[in-house]
Ligand binder design. Structure first.
Ligand SMILES: [Zn+2]
Length: 290
């Protein structure tokens, strides 16, 4: 079946030590491009929407578009809600056909994070949907969430283990130094040792909650390979795809002044988006896995 939960693709990736790319989209053109390149590459795929574009069209629109485009694809595909701080909106997305939701209660104290994540988890699991939670706080700007470097906090391994046990999350996003947006440095300081400790503690004696790496845009290729080798089973790419969409639109419009053919503009964005996502799939080692 082509439409699957995040749990299914991430457990398989965690077991075989590759990562599945999770790509943020804001338009159906990007969704179509992501699915087509996944089929070409024979790669599992995670399509995700941030809260603003999800609200702009409504989760029911995204759920229906996803089903229409993904239903007959020959690869497993997930529709995921990214960084949602609102428990009730998570539930609405579950009802609308999302196959995974991320409740991001990481700004709250531990107990409240557990309570909210557990509530979303119980609801989602009762409807056949899986859940991602976050522990520690990832810095940078993601949609409506802004976290300065001073306010960011790394994930503690022992706390991560009790978080997974108390909440029942299917996948965990531990804060290990990656960030949203572009990195200020070409070689950002990542805490590989921390990822290794968390991964061993949680998944060392059997996979319980595969690791999610946020902030993929701009990471050096070597760092990406290392994160995957250490257990990163889902890697998020958002900022890069926003730039591909805007830059390829400007490029097309600059070259075709007076040419009022919106379909050709869409084709240009579609083509460039496929190229960008395809390169990530090769880097993450998920091409050819289906
Ligand atoms: Zn993120």
């Amino acid at each position: 079946m082509s439409i699957v939960t995040l749990r299914e693709v991430c457990f398989e990736a965690s077991r075989l030590r590759y990562a599945v790319g999770a790509f943020n989209v804001t338009s159906p053109v990007q969704m179509k491009a992501a699915i087509e390149i996944a089929v070409t590459k024979k790669a599992p795929l995670i399509i995700q929407t941030s809260v603003s574009p999800t609200k702009f069209y409504g989760p029911e629109f995204w759920g229906a578009s996803f089903r229409a485009l993904a239903d007959k694809a020959s690869v497993p595909i997930v529709l995921h809600l990214d960084h949602c701080t609102d428990v009730e909106f998570c539930k609405r997305c579950v009802d609308a056909g999302y196959t995974n939701v991320m409740i991001d209660a990481s700004k709250h104290a531990y107990d409240e994070n557990v309570r909210q994540t557990r509530e979303v988890g119980l609801y989602a699991h009762s409807k056949g949907c899986s859940v991602e939670g976050e522990l520690g706080t990832i810095s940078g700007i993601e949609d409506q969430i802004k976290v300065t470097e001073d306010d960011s906090a790394l994930c503690d391994p022992e706390t991560a283990l009790s978080f997974v046990e108390s909440t029942g999350v299917d996948v965990l996003a531990p804060a290990i130094g990656t960030a949203h947006g572009f990195y200020a440095s070409k070689n950002p300081k990542l805490h590989f040792d921390l990822l290794e400790r968390i991964e061993k503690l949680i998944n060392g004696k059997g996979i319980r909650a595969p690791m999610v790496i946020h902030g993929g845009t701009g990471l050096p290729e070597e760092s990406v390979r290392r994160l995957v080798a250490l257990g990163g089973a889902k890697l998020n790419v958002s900022t890069e795809l926003k730039h591909v969409l805007i830059d390829s639109s400007f490029e097309y419009l600059d070259m075709h002044r007076g040419d009022y053919e919106p379909g050709k503009l869409d084709s240009s964005v579609h083509q460039k988006t496929m190229l960008a996502i395809g390169a990530w799939m090769d880097l993450l080692g998920c091409s050819g896995r289906v």
